[in-house]
Design a protein around this ligand. Structure first.
Ligand code: MN
Length: 232
């Protein structure tokens, strides 16, 4: 039986449309999982939905609302989606309570961190003026910056490398990791690129491995996630 992977979706309130770039469900399928796309209209049924899932994949998307971590909106804050925030917060809390594996991608690492009590950088170029370029201007299949992977981390065990070339499409980032989480990868400027929990398979990455599925490292990430969901 293939493990069922719940995948969160973007939501456009103007059209009422849920959407998901195909890289996520293709990555899950290629890793042997069964992708279940989770509607943002189903916030009243989160526990029932999650009971159908062996793991939760938090996809990328618009900025996280800074009121959720007690900050005022930075002038460079981009589009936010409170309905999606509410849905993903509920799903994330339920998955943590149920002990199910969670994989957060881009917005997903940020969401995961704030749910667990961490804080975020709202805008890297203005808040971290020494930061390198994290908003690449070339196709997402192309890696543009190196991340250093912490030895002994879950991420290091999966990738088997001390450094990794990744794509980068973000202006928000993890600031203070949540209690119980460790930083597992950073760029040369000190920006957090991955966090994880020590006690279970809960991992967030700031890049988009679903867009780099041609690389063994990206496939290894989704295979490790699906394997953890299979054991759950
Ligand atoms: Mn980056």
């Amino acid at each position: 039986m293939k493990p069922a992977i719940g995948i969160t979706c973007s939501f456009d309130p103007a059209s009422g449309r849920n959407s998901l770039p195909s890289g996520y469900d293709l990555a899950v399928l290629e890793a042997g999982g069964l992708p279940l796309l989770l509607s943002n209209n189903a916030v009243g049924c989160v526990d029932a939905l999650l009971s159908l899932c062996d793991g939760l994949l938090l996809s990328g998307g618009v900025d996280v609302n800074p009121v959720l971590f007690d900050q005022q909106p930075h002038p460079q804050l981009g589009e936010i989606c409170p309905q999606r925030d509410e849905m993903e917060l509920a799903l994330c809390r339920a998955a943590l309570a149920a002990g199910k594996p969670i994989f957060g991608v881009c917005r997903g690492i940020q969401l995961l961190n704030l749910v667990c009590g961490g804080t975020l950088v709202q805008d890297l170029p203005s808040e971290r003026p020494d930061a390198i370029k994290h908003s690449q201007q070339c196709p997402s299949a192309q890696g543009t910056h190196w991340v250093s992977v912490r030895s002994g981390s879950l991420l290091h065990r999966i990738i088997g490398k001390d450094r990794l070339l990744t794509n980068s499409h973000h202006h928000q980032a993890v600031a203070g990791p949540a209690p119980g989480f460790a930083v597992s990868a950073v760029t040369a400027d000190g920006v957090v690129e991955a966090i994880e929990r020590a006690d279970r398979w809960v991992l967030g990455v700031q890049w988009h491995p679903e867009n780099m599925r041609e690389t063994p490292d990206s496939r290894a990430l989704f295979q490790a996630f699906v394997a953890a969901c299979r054991q759950c």
